[in-house]
Design a binder for this molecule. Structure first.
Ligand SMILES: [Zn+2]
Length: 94
């Protein structure tokens, strides 16, 4: 629900941080069509967010007993933090 509220705000000016905030809603198909389109557009121009999305999917897939939906928000935040740091690291070494 928080994600949906966020998604409406994000439309005008998307940054990578905003995209990472939307990944969870995106994977659960909770984005409004317009937001989803913007999200996918950003993915087309931003390899960083594509790899973020893939890593997130993989990470969530690893915790198989938990559906992403059932994941405590704290755990989700930890994963997101971890992935954001990874992106920054990748960028710095590129
Ligand atoms: Zn991006």
């Amino acid at each position: 629900m928080a994600a949906r509220k966020m998604a409406t705000k994000v439309l005008n000016n998307k940054t990578c941080k905003q995209i990472t905030d939307l990944v969870y809603a995106y994977l659960n198909d909770r984005l409004k069509p317009a937001v989803k389109r913007d999200f996918q557009q950003h993915l087309r121009i931003c390899p960083d967010c594509v790899s973020f999305l893939n890593t997130y999917k993989k990470t969530v897939g690893m915790t198989r007993s938990l559906r992403a939906e059932d994941m405590p928000s704290k755990v989700r935040e930890n994963i997101l933090d971890f992935l954001r740091r990874r992106i920054r690291k990748t960028r710095a070494s590129a």
